[in-house]
Write a protein that binds this ligand. Structure first.
Ligand SMILES: [Zn+2]
Length: 78
């Protein structure tokens, strides 16, 4: 399962979770259980920093359609 980093807009906590695509939309904050969490770019992508274009291209195939948040196929973007 992929590792995602989340940010809670209620308590400003950042945390990482291993989640499947099916559960990616049901994540709550580990500290305050708020549902106001945002999924950040992957740890790998954020560490690259200055090379956003190349990192995006590298990520796209391995994301398997999950980059749009639809979980694959549901949104017609693939
Ligand atoms: Zn929180």
């Amino acid at each position: 399962m992929p590792l995602y980093e989340y940010y809670c807009s209620d308590c400003q906590a950042k945390f990482e979770l291993l989640v499947s695509h099916q559960h990616a939309d049901g994540v709550v904050c580990m500290k305050c259980q708020s549902e106001k969490v945002r999924r950040l770019l992957s740890v790998f992508a954020s560490q690259r920093g200055s090379s956003e274009d190349s990192s995006y291209n590298d990520m796209a195939p391995s994301m398997g359609g999950g980059s749009c948040g639809c979980g694959g196929g549901g949104c017609g973007c693939h």
